[in-house]
Design a protein around this ligand. Structure first.
Ligand code: AMP
Length: 176
């Protein structure tokens, strides 16, 4: 993506200081999403490197991954799989616990969501510490899936989330 488009997308993301708590600068993508041109550019940039990578499934991480992953899946003619917060999925599921800055969190996926050998792209709006992405990638591998890549709109490079994902292909469109 050219420098001008990157600037345009960055300008479309609203930055909210001290939310949800003091000291966090929150990157609010709703202002990007409501701009049709910016939304299209973001989806095109997310999917471009993976066009010829034989992606079978695109995983979206609740909640904002659910916004970006389905259009990527549709364009790649891949399936979409939701990775959900605990207690939402109705059928047999696997659970993964992972560390947050303070405490732990948990995500779930249906046991039959990934067949062994399927090629999986993981999509979320933002990578911060990388803990969420790492946990989901490990879960995919435990299920026998192949992680083709991890794909983000925003990367907070100063948190070095990529260092947890060295063995994977990681793309982010907007680096801060
Ligand atoms: P992490 O596991 O630290 O990489 O956190 C990633 C998850 O937290 C993503 O699903 C993001 O949506 C959310 N997140 C973390 N930090 C921010 C931030 N500064 N602005 C918006 N979302 C964030």
């Amino acid at each position: 993506m050219d420098a001008q488009s990157i600037q345009e997308l960055k300008a479309a993301i609203r930055e909210i200081p001290d939310w949800p708590k003091k000291g966090i600068l929150f990157y609010d993508v709703t202002t990007l999403l409501k701009n049709g041109r910016c939304f299209e550019q973001a989806i095109n940039a997310l999917l471009e490197p993976y066009r010829n990578k034989q992606v079978d499934l695109v995983l979206g991480i609740e909640a904002r991954g659910f916004i970006f992953a389905p259009p990527v899946a549709y364009a790649l003619k891949a399936g979409f799989v939701p990775v959900r917060k605990p207690g939402k999925l109705p059928a047999a599921k696997f659970q993964v616990d992972y560390a947050l800055e303070y405490g732990t969190d948990c995500l779930e996926i249906h046991k039959d969501a990934i067949e062994p050998g399927q090629r999986v792209l993981i999509v979320d709006d933002l990578i911060a510490t990388g803990g969420t992405a790492q946990a989901v990638a490990q879960m995919v591998e435990t299920m026998g899936g192949i992680v083709v890549g991890l794909d983000f709109v925003v990367e907070l490079t100063f948190l070095h989330g990529r260092d947890k994902l060295l063995k994977y292909d990681v793309q982010s469109i907007l680096k801060y």
